[in-house]
Design a protein around this ligand. Sequence first.
Ligand code: DQQ
Length: 581
Amino acid sequence: MGAPKWVVAPLALLLLLQLAGASHDVRRSLEAEAASPSVPASILSPLLRTGYHFQPPMNWINDPNGPLYYKGWYHLFYQYNPKGAVWGNIIWAHSVSRDLINWIALDPAIKPSIPTDQFGVWSGSATILPNGTVAMLYTGIDRPGTNYQIQNIAFPKDPSDPLLREWVKPGYNPIAIPEAGMNATQFRDPTTAWHAGDGLWRMLVGGLKPGTLRGMAILYRSRDFKHWVRAKHPLHSALTGMWECPDFFPVREPGHPDGLDTSEFGPHYKYVLKNSLDLTRYDYYTVGTYNNRTERYVPDNPTGDVYQRLQYDYGNFYASKTFYDPAKNRRVLLGWANESDSVAHDNAKGWAGIHAIPRKIWLDPSGKQLLQWPVEELDQLRGKAVSVGDKVVMPGQHFEVTGLQSYQSDVEVSFEVPSLDKAEPFHPAYANDAQKLCGMKNADVKGGVGPFGLWVLASDNLAEKTAVFFRVFKDGHGKPLVLMCSDPTKSSLTAGLYKPTFAGFVDTDISSGKISLRSLIDRSVVESFGAGGRTCILSRVYPSMAIGKDAHLHVFNNGVTDIKVSKLTAWEMKKPMMNGA
Ligand code: DQQ
């Protein structure tokens, strides 16, 4: 994919981005396009289209929009180009599901049709009103070529239709416009609205303070959901560049796996504020406190917006959105995984972009971060299984997991590390730069405790493989630190692909010697959950040989300490109903 229009940042911001060393999307486009004028045949293999990740039959897809549960159906709308495999002509495509895994495509739900959205219907969110009906807030573009952004509302034409097939836009649109002094081209993506027990609705719109790098969650209030007034100050802001697709929701007490409705207000609840950072193309969040009288959100970690940042996912995962699922009393996270190949490749394939597997999210027992886990409904796709237990992998050794087709599989491993004595010293300069550390210490760089983990989508001769692994360090006080990496640098022999190494630290107590890994392998995507969903990494990879039945699965250990696989189970995954494809 090319950098869509809204991605193109002024030069100053790009410079900042380079200094931060944090971009992946922008750099990917430039490198890949320069290096790949022709399209290798392997890229076009139908076996590289994902088997069980959310994808339309063809064309470009980006942000999930307005997810909700309504009268027995899950609804997923998404940014979609009906005319091609690059960003443009965006409409809200619409799919429904009984289980978040099998999807049926319906006709598009929201298209440009009124003066206030005639040049674009961009991202937005659903709110279920007290009378049970749905209000859909979304960004409209109302003039050509300028990306001037305003907020609109739409309602189901027939609320008794569980499939919510038709949508109407009331004549009182727009419901919010950029006022004088606001940045009209950086003002988008309204959240699900909430009320806080005082008769007032609130919603957030992502923004950027004019002439600055201050990203903002702009706060609006309304009594009737029709007239919205901007609060004097944003709910929260930070000097990190434009905040796209903000999301804001309460969470139950630490360790409690249930979710809360967005409007469930209690002074003891913690809140999560997420922003999708246009500069880096990652989704960052903080956990904090929300005061509905001062209308301020305060992160628990005072530097959590800028340093020590938590990401939902450290890989290809952006513009995500959560919703409360009353059917299972949980909060579910949906995110867009962009491509890792070039526009030429996307055009030749005829499609670009998928969504991550829906994840249940809840607050970790520490209260400091979220835990994420694929929704339980995914397990219905598990077929033939292979298990390995109590197997020691000695330094420099690896073994193949045989007896299943692993190119479309779900792999769960529990590792045991008998000793942390040989863990490498940790250099504090990398405390906020896991990605750089992993780039230097990739899967082939020998360590002390690790790197150990999985080689997935590996070719017969191991010339191609994607490594998902842990590496354990020790800080100056002897405290172990765990790094989780996804290293795709050898994932393909195809020239010119963008293959960034993704990484995050794992906040887990490894002094017990135990750590787990789950990887959802799906032909050209590897979506991994470290230590029970403490750190997650999704990578797009396009092997040239390790395709279909030619893809293998190995466990490897490239450290100097033995590693034990106490249990590994791998399941072949069946294909669900996927939008008719
Ligand atoms: N995608 C939408 C915008 C949003 C961006 C346009 C994030 O509303 O800010 O397709 O990927």
